[in-house]
Design a protein around this ligand. Structure first.
Ligand SMILES: Cc1cc2nc3c(=O)[nH]c(=O)nc-3n(C[C@H](O)[C@H](O)[C@H](O)COP(=O)(O)O)c2cc1C
Length: 235
């Protein structure tokens, strides 16, 4: 109760989802003097982790690159993205855990403990999901963790925006070397994307989006390209 006014103030400072979406830009010039506290970073990650994931397995894992030593290790892997690596407050390397089912008992056990899921149902779901996940091929599991972790990454960029920070999603790095460089098992952890997070020193530029109308097949494929058919069904 006592922190209610602070909470109200915090809410008043927050931008709307629509503002977060429309004001987000990929920023390549960060203010190197800005530091994000670990508490705030953890809060943003917890919030972004409300993202959906296949059978709620939450396969995303984060390597936070913050120190000078860690940046030095990352720099040679960053192809054209060296400036962000030097200046962003944090580089968040998002990995997908191909053995994410190891946390299944904790996830479903906690859900039962907290009364979110009936205990018997949690047990039944665990018994069905874990063996199925264990049987997935590496290729299939890689696909699953990429989808789930990408949803989380998008959510994290919007949460960061809401906290007044800017981001740059970065796919241009040495994917085959990053896990080993940081002492992670490359057979288990596959890199998905790196997010540079911080405050813009120079704003990101606007970019064009194709209108949805050009990208749609309404109910069936009319011609090979989307957007060519009539919207007959809706008239
Ligand atoms: C998967 C992915 C990989 C990307 N890789 C890079 C990158 O390596 N370097 C970079 O500067 N921007 C990268 N971007 C940012 C895109 O260039 C940017 O999102 C796009 O041009 C649209 O601009 P906006 O993000 O400002 O709306 C990447 C974006 C995504 C989604």
């Amino acid at each position: 109760m006592t922190d209610q006014p602070a909470k109200d103030q915090d809410n008043a400072n927050r931008i709307s989802l629509s503002e977060a979406i429309t004001s987000r830009r990929s920023v390549r010039n960060f203010d190197s003097a800005v530091h994000i506290t670990h508490d705030e970073l953890l809060g943003m990650l917890d919030e972004a982790a409300r993202a959906p994931s296949s059978v709620n397995m939450q396969p995303w894992r984060f390597l936070i690159v913050e120190s000078e030593e860690a940046r030095k290790k990352l720099l040679p892997l960053m192809r054209l993205n060296k400036r962000q690596t030097r200046d962003a407050s944090d580089l968040i390397v998002i990995f997908g855990d191909l053995e994410c089912y190891r946390k299944a008992e904790e996830i479903y056990g906690q859900a039962a403990e907290r009364g979110i899921l009936p205990r018997l149902m949690a047990k039944a779901q665990l018994a069905a999901i874990v063996p199925a996940y264990r049987k997935f091929t590496r290729e299939k599991m890689t696909r699953v963790v990429h989808i789930d972790s990408s949803l989380m990454a998008m959510q994290l960029m919007l949460v960061a925006r809401e906290h007044g920070y800017d981001t740059n999603p970065i796919g241009g790095f040495e994917e085959d070397r990053i896990a080993e460089t940081f002492g992670l098992d490359p057979n288990r952890y596959v890199p998905v994307i790196i997010l540079a997070v911080g405050k813009a020193a120079k704003p990101g530029h606007e970019s064009y989006r194709l209108p949805a109308r050009e990208l749609i097949w309404w109910n069936d494929a009319h011609g090979t390209e989307p957007g060519q058919g009539e919207e007959k069904e809706r008239l």
